[in-house]
Design a binder for this molecule. Structure first.
Ligand SMILES: [Zn+2]
Length: 308
């Protein structure tokens, strides 16, 4: 049986971009309530996320961008960085916890204190580019974690799998010139952020799929393309940008995945990780905006990671 860490922090609940914003604090409280209600929290190794250090963020973002966020963080009200993305009073601290969660999770996995880890954090990260915040994201949490594994812990090759319905433009941007990182993703096209459909580099495999695409297509993609690409790249650890907004009940997009698809994808990746690199997976929450669906699918994802 796997040992799975759950890394989170209450500071991530405090970040708000306004009462009607879909990237809302309730996303984490419903996950927490579901885990506690099912008694699953007691079966996981739970950790409070530390605050990421600037030097750790500089591995994925320019120092000027990181330092600027510290400078401009508001003491009241909101500061809008793009049409969907605003800093509030608690945003910087939440973003530092979210990035710090991935770093701690990477340490726990590489030190073999747990087999794998899930980070229940927000703000999400995969739209944040090296030089800019966008699409609800400030620091690219998964990129910071992957670079920590490579640059601080000495791994030579990792893979990032992005299952969010939106293209992870930030992750693509940060790793475009870093062939140590194999990036595999599917995303609805056309859809925000309206890019990613043209090949950028041979280590970045982003597959656009049309409206209405169902789980069978995604399962075939995993089996027929992702598994062979993983075998070729030989990563030593896997990072998952775990968005759940490709679910058919999530109104943010129009794909047709169901709960069982997330279980299948997670189990397939876990089995691959178990067989090839001691099960080392760090999974980080990205999108997912239908609260009942989000809590159900995160629970299913964690159960599959932990074999519970
Ligand atoms: Zn998304």
């Amino acid at each position: 049986m796997s040992t799975t860490a759950l890394v989170s922090h209450r500071d991530c609940w405090l970040h708000s971009m306004g009462a009607m914003h879909p990237e809302a604090p309730e996303r984490l409280s419903v996950i927490h309530d579901a885990l506690v209600g099912l008694g699953l929290d007691a079966l996981l190794d739970t950790y409070d996320a530390p605050l990421a250090e600037p030097a750790q963020l500089y591995r994925a973002h320019s120092p000027a961008y990181v330092d600027d966020l510290f400078e401009i963080a508001p003491e009241q009200g909101f500061l809008r960085l793009d049409p969907d993305t605003a800093m509030g009073v608690h945003t910087l601290r939440a973003a530092l916890r979210a990035a710090g969660a991935g770093i701690l999770a990477t340490e726990l996995v590489l030190d073999e204190r747990v087999t794998n880890a899930f980070c229940a954090v927000r703000p999400p990260g995969h739209h944040a580019e090296r030089l800019r915040a966008m699409g609800f994201c400030f620091f690219n949490n998964i990129a910071v974690a992957a670079r920590h594994a490579l640059d601080a812990r000495g791994l030579e090759r990792v893979a990032i799998i992005d299952i969010d319905v939106h293209h992870g433009n930030g992750t693509e941007n940060i790793f475009a010139a870093d062939p140590r990182v194999l990036m595999l993703s599917f995303f609805q096209h056309p859809l925000y952020p309206y890019c990613g459909f043209r090949p950028v580099a041979s280590h970045l495999h982003n597959t656009p799929v049309p409206t209405g695409t169902k789980g069978e297509r995604i399962r075939a993609l995993v089996e027929e393309q992702w598994i062979p690409l993983l075998a070729e790249h030989r990563p030593q650890m896997l990072f998952i940008s775990a968005g759940f907004d490709a679910h058919r009940e999530d109104d943010m997009a129009s794909l047709g995945l169901v709960d069982a698809d997330y279980v299948w994808i997670t189990e397939r990746l876990r089995d691959y990780a178990d067989a090839h690199f001691q099960g080392r997976i760090v999974s980080m929450l990205e999108g997912g905006y239908n609260l009942p669906v989000l809590s159900r699918c995160v629970v299913a994802h964690i159960r599959a990671l932990a074999e519970l």
